[in-house]
Every structure is written in structure tokens, then in C-alpha cells.
Design a protein around this ligand. Sequence first.
Ligand code: Q46
Ligand code: ZN
Ligand code: ZN
Length: 326
Amino acid sequence: MARCRVCGAPAVICYPESRLCLCRDHFLEHFESKVERTLRRYRLVREGGFVLAAVSGGKDSAALLGVLSRLSSRLGFRLAAVHIDLGIGEYSRRSREAAVRLARELGVPLAVIDLRELLGLGVPELAVKARRPPCSVCGLVKRYLTNAAGVEACADAVALGHNADDLAVYALKSFLTQDLEAIPKLGPGTESIPGLAVGRIRPLYLASEKESFLYAYLSGLPFNHEECPHASRRLLEFILKEHLASLESRRPGLRTQFLAKLAKRLNDYPKPEGEPRPCRHCGLLSWGECSFCRLTRRILGEPMGPKAREYVRAKLEEAGAVMCRG
Ligand code: Q46
Ligand code: ZN
Ligand code: ZN
């Protein structure tokens, strides 16, 4: 049986690239210092700043909120959380329950944004009406509402729970499809555009999915173990993930080396042309009309951005997760 390099107790994880094996306690410590190093190295948080963590209810967001709540006092930033209930049946009900329990146990204020309450429809019905795959509508709605929440809360950044496995897949997919403009947005952090968009940070940028899972599980944090019923094994993302996992097993450390190098070269990739402008309906980031206002205008006959912003603001205020006065 593998033993912890620090104390000799039975190991819960071994890193083949460094031959480091760690027990539960030393793994938890190791994971927290890894995330702290990421936050410092890429200057993702500042003392006195305010971070709003997007919490889906899954393992990655549990690890994210767990580790950020430990680091917030050490690094001196304030933390709150937002959960979007996507209205995907039992899966969303369990995810919401897990997110609420998680925030309560960690003592972090949480605002819950309920898509059905806001639009009268959940992701599955929106997708049917829009004649688009559920994940495409879901991604659009999540991006819009987390950005709206960050702007309304006057947060310095919204923290996302993407781990290294996910990010390596997104980056590789962008290379393969030559969607090069997507690459600069996949780094450890993006800048805020005042009034239009809040910066996004990825504290788990260099942490693997296995580490995230182990951290959440071994810390006893609640999370929904189920997969969304719309997750499909036929998607290119899923296929790439399997191939990258197989490469990683033959070349341990490849994924994080790739991401660390990519983070240094983000400025070499093209950015969208033209200046971002406020959406003519809701005022958030767009190039004329934002995709959320366009989608809801087509489906519901009204661009719902302005109502969404009001709704989000009210939920954040109710939760005590706003840093500024409106
Ligand atoms: S929640 Fe949404 Fe995922 Fe479900 S509908 Fe697709 S994107 S699979 S992370
Ligand atoms: Zn140990
Ligand atoms: Zn809009």
C-alpha cells in the first residue's frame, strides 16, 4: 500500500509525475496550497476584494466553494455564492438542494436564481422552443445570468469551478474547430469591463477533476453525484476528454503543463473584432443585442435581460450578497 510522503499514513492519492503520495490530511493541505498558488500567481483575487462563486451543486463547485471559503480569510477577500436552478427536473432539484446545504455548512451567503420563476420555462422547454440542443441554450443562460449576477453584486470577479480536465478539453476543441477567439477566454482569469461584464476567475485551473472530487468528498462537502440527463457521450467534448485521459495516463502531468503554457500565451490568440457595446435592451456586454435578449425575444416575444437583471439583483440583496447600492 502506498504511504504518505509526509507522515507515512496510508495514501489517498499518488501523483505519478512527481511520485508524490499523500494521506487525506496532507492531500487536503496540498490542494488548498495549490489553489492558493494559482490565485497568487495569476493575481485572481485582491485583498479587500469581493468574489462571487458560481455554484452548480456538483463536485467541482463544492470543491471551489470549500477551498475559497478556507482561503478567503487568509487572503482577505469577501465571498458569496450564486446558484442557477436550470429547471431540469429531478437533477436540478437535487443540485439546488446540494448547493443550499453546501453554502449553509460553509456559512457563505447564497443567492438562488430560479429560471422557471424568471422565465416561466426551464432549459428543456427553452431548448425545444429555440430548436437548439439543451446544452447550447443552457450554456448561454448560465453565462448571461452569472455575468448579470457579478455585475449586479458589484463583484470583482465571478469564480467558476472549471478544473484542468475540462479546460484542456475546451482549449483543444477550440484548436480543432479553429475557434481561436475562444481561447483567450479560457485562461485562469479574464478582466472585468466596467458596467458590461465581470471578470471570470478559475481557481481550479491547475487542479484535476480527480483532485476536485477527492477534495469535496474527503472534506465531507455535500454535492449532487448525478449527471445531468442532457450530458451526452457523443459530444466532441466527451470524446476529447477520454482521449486526453488516456494521454495523461501515458504522459502524467501533460494536461497541467499544457494549461500552464497556454496561460502565458493567451495574448497571442485573436480577440473578437470591434469594441464591445452595451446590449440595447439590458445594457450588459454585447455587440448590439446580447444573446440572452435575442433568445428570449424570439421565444417569449420580449427581451428578458432587463427583467432578469432586476430579478437577480433582488435575489442577491435578499441573500446579502451585494457590495454596492443600486
Ligand atoms: S447542465 Fe446544462 Fe450541463 Fe445539463 S444541459 Fe448540458 S450544459 S449537461 S454542465
Ligand atoms: Zn500524511
Ligand atoms: Zn441584453
